[in-house]
Design a protein around this ligand. Structure first.
Ligand SMILES: [Zn+2]
Length: 308
């Protein structure tokens, strides 16, 4: 797999830095007497993926940092009023997270977070809210822990930016529901690609024949996929290897996928997206993700059911 996730202009690429020594003098950080290995407090630009209640007032937070990959940490007293986290721990909040890592522990200790941008303005739309749930679920399930890699972080920022076009009420912008389907499809494709599992979409997995270069005078080869199979089949191999249901991935959707691998989400040629646009491609990608994480994605079904 080669190719860079397309750059986009929206995100700040400011370097974050650790707080100075004066900021480490608070009690919680003062563990010298416990003789634990110390790692200085760190501040990372991050997107909050999920939170889970812990004890009476605490939260476990899964978050994706720009520089350290996906981390999990404990936010003490985060469920108390006036906590130092405020609204920063909402799903997909874009924050600067201050935390403290110990070499011996899987969980980091969250100190505080500063909100860069919340997603409150998007969740008033039910479908957009489910799309955010889907982004968070896929990222949380798919990404390995503590493995630095900035591209998935930039992918999330890109689809969030796209859902909220500059100007907000620009009448020329595509309707939000169309943007949701486009963003979800784009995100799914790149999530699979960045994980290294995207198969060739123009070659039959069974016989190796090309799926989109018809002989002169012939129709283009049709392509099919099955749950649990990591690629596409031509119609001949589909019959020969038939076991369980299969779905067709249209030539149109394969072209859409090829374009998505070359262009930013805001610059795709098709602009009038509805739920049926590339729905076969989404089904294929969700099946690929589900095969690899070995569970069903709760939000994928909710999303497809959100129409109508
Ligand atoms: Zn074949």
């Amino acid at each position: 797999m080669t190719g860079e996730f397309p750059r986009h202009s929206g995100a700040s690429r400011k370097k974050t830095s650790a707080p100075g020594p004066g900021q480490e003098s608070r009690g919680v950080f003062n563990c010298v007497t416990l003789n634990l290995p110390r790692v200085p407090a760190r501040v990372s630009e991050a997107l909050v993926l999920r939170t889970y209640p812990l004890k009476e007032a605490d939260l476990i937070v899964s978050f994706l940092t720009r520089d350290q990959g996906k981390l999990r940490g404990v936010a003490k007293r985060a469920r108390r009023p006036k906590s130092s986290f405020g609204a920063g721990l909402e799903r997909l909040s874009h924050v600067r997270m201050a935390y403290f890592q110990r070499e011996t522990r899987e969980l980091v200790n969250l100190d505080s977070c500063e909100l860069i941008r919340s997603q409150f303005d998007l969740v008033s739309d039910y479908r957009a809210g489910v799309a955010l749930d889907y982004f968070a679920e896929v990222a949380d399930q798919l990404l390995p822990a503590a493995e630095p890699g900035e591209r998935f972080f930039r992918l999330l920022l890109a689809v969030l930016d796209y859902l909220r076009p500059a100007g907000g009420d620009d009448p020329a912008a595509a309707p939000l529901s169309g943007r949701v389907w486009r963003a979800v499809t784009y995100f799914s494709l790149w999530a699979v690609r960045l994980s290294g599992w995207l198969p060739e979409l123009h070659v039959c997995l069974g016989c190796g024949s090309l799926l989109d270069e018809p002989e002169p005078g012939e129709k283009p080869e049709r392509a099919f996929f099955q749950r649990g199979r990591a690629g596409l089949l031509c119609s001949h191999c589909r019959h020969a290897m038939a076991a369980g249901s299969s779905w067709e991935l249209s030539a149109e959707s394969r072209n859409t996928a090829a374009e998505m691998l070359r262009r930013p989400v805001a610059q795709l040629s098709q602009t009038d997206w509805v739920q049926t646009t590339a729905a076969d491609l989404r089904r294929f990608l969700v099946q690929q993700i589900e095969s690899h994480v070995e569970r069903k994605l709760v939000t994928a079904r909710l999303l497809e059911e959100s129409e109508g």
